[in-house]
Design a protein around this ligand. Structure first.
Ligand SMILES: C[S@@+](CC[C@H](N)C(=O)[O-])C[C@H]1O[C@@H](n2cnc3c(N)ncnc32)[C@H](O)[C@@H]1O
Ligand code: SF4
Length: 445
């Protein structure tokens, strides 16, 4: 099997129907009005996309380019311009930043001193007090010295891309680091004092057996990370891995049956080791989660950097994926938004429900606090109640008087649905915007 957007059968079709979205190129005036009017709350998350890596992994679906000193310098200058442009636009809204995530690309490639400057730029523009500040990191960057420099700069959460402790898997994924680098990085992080450290691990790798996957997780557990995230290898047609698999230069992935077994084995292994499942793909030992997803799905999220997607709540936007386009627009005093669309209360409500179910439990009171409407009135009005009743009939959810919980059986269905969504919606958006930096209109899936 190859885990592309078409591998999920009926789920792919459902997503194609349910999550249709059209982003349009608009004038700066319209973009600014939509952004100013678009916030659904004052507690805002910030996502910064750092689109450079020292090497390019052949399966990576994200917006990433090979490191280029000059371009990185221009990017950093433009990022500061973008932050201050948003300050000028939004300053009377009195927004309070609760979390900042720098994703990529490889944010840990950047000199830690730069984070000090970025955090200062954010602090000059918005209230940052008490905010968590997290970055994604590659093992080869995390020397002891750099870890302490990152902490000194104000970074307090970290997500490390280990992927596997088997050399063969690391080679297949085209990663630059060795297994020894991963072990050194984890050991260097121990006791450094980050609020939370997450380790990304990958399964559904070519040639991987269920036993290999469990063994990989067991090795990860020996280091007792605060959080472990388990990603199946997703394959998109716009990256070389797809062609490599189609031409059989790389073995195909395990079957759907093995996918299910690997998933439940991961749950059993991690739960037995004392981890609590906090999302359909992540497991934690501590009572909070390193996650970018909540604000992405429910808003308000401001996003900076090339290819970054923001969601103030009443609108959603994507910045141009071209670094040169990004730099050029900010140097001319223009926001680098390549596409924007309005999002109504109904769509946001359904995003909220999906996000909560991804985190395994949905409380009706939480919905009412967020949307000012009774949960059941909303789902009946939007027709979403049908989907819930089908899920209940299938035994995927349990409905109580005050909440809905995902069942053990429902977890794998959620896992499939979640990854089908990622491949059909965000990856399709990236594919279109990578193809054309400023398209007139893009409709996904
Ligand atoms: C985009 S990377 C950014 C962090 C860092 N550059 C790294 O590679 O570790 C974040 C995570 O995405 C996951 N990832 C990368 N390519 C993937 C793919 N094709 N399918 C699923 N997850 C993937 C990896 O687990 C990785 O740790
Ligand atoms: S997986 Fe990480 S290191 Fe590899 S290309 Fe993607 S962002 Fe860069």
């Amino acid at each position: 099997m190859i885990l592309t957007k078409d591998a999920f059968g009926i789920k792919s079709l459902i997503f194609r129907k349910a999550f249709k979205a059209t982003f349009k190129r608009q004038s700066q005036e319209i973009i600014k009005n939509l952004l100013r009017e678009g916030f659904v709350g004052k507690e805002v998350g910030i996502y910064i996309h750092f689109p450079f890596c020292r090497g390019l992994c052949p399966a990576c679906p994200y917006v990433r380019y090979l490191w280029d000193d000059l371009l990185v310098k221009s990017y950093l200058r433009s990022l500061k311009l973008e932050i201050s442009a948003y300050r000028d636009l939004l300053q009377d809204l009195e927004l309070k930043i609760t979390e900042v995530h720098v994703g990529g690309g490889t944010p840990s490639c950047l000199d830690p001193k730069q984070y000090k400057e970025i955090i200062e730029a954010l602090g000059e523009s918005f209230s940052l007090e008490g905010a968590s500040i997290g970055i994604e990191a590659n093992p080869e960057d995390l020397t002891e010295e750099r870890i302490y420099a990152l902490m000194e700069a104000g970074v307090n959460e970290l997500s490390l891309g280990v992927q596997s402790f088997f050399r063969e898997n690391i080679r297949l994924l085209g990663r630059r680091h060795s297994v020894e680098d991963s072990i050194d990085a984890i050991e260097n992080l121990e006791g450094a004092g980050f609020r939370s450290v997450n380790i990304d691990m990958m399964y559904m790798l070519p040639g991987q057996t269920i036993e290999d996957w469990v063994e990989d997780l067991r090795i990860a557990l020996e280091f007792e990370p605060a959080q472990i995230t388990a990603y199946p290898l997703l394959v998109v047609s716009y990256r070389p891995m797809y062609k490599m698999m189609m031409e059989r230069r790389v073995q195909k992935q395990p079957s759907m049956r093995e996918f299910k077994k690997m998933y439940y084995e991961a749950i059993n292994t991690l739960e037995e080791a004392g981890y609590t499942q906090v999302r359909y793909y992540s497991f934690s030992k501590i009572p909070w989660e390193y996650s970018t997803v909540e604000k992405e799905m429910t808003g308000p999220l401001l996003a900076f950097g090339p290819g970054a997607m923001g969601f103030p709540g009443k609108c959603e936007y994507i910045n141009t994926c071209s670094v040169r386009g990004y730099v050029k627009s900010l140097s001319r005093g223009r926001l680098p938004v390549a596409g924007i669309r309005e999002v109504n209360k109904e769509e946001r409500g359904i995003r909220w429900i999906s996000e909560r179910l991804s985190a395994l439990e949905l409380k009706f009171e939480g919905f009412k606090n967020e949307f000012g409407e009774e949960f059941w009135d909303f789902v009946k009005r939007t027709g979403f109640s049908k989907s819930l009743f089908i899920q209940r009939l299938l035994g995927h959810i349990k409905i109580y008087s005050d909440r809905i919980e995902l069942t053990k059986k429902g977890l794998f269905s959620r896992n499939l649905g979640g990854w089908a969504f990622v491949l059909s919606v965000p990856c399709r958006i990236v594919e279109e915007y990578l193809r054309t930096p400023w398209p007139r209109e893009v409709t996904v899936p």
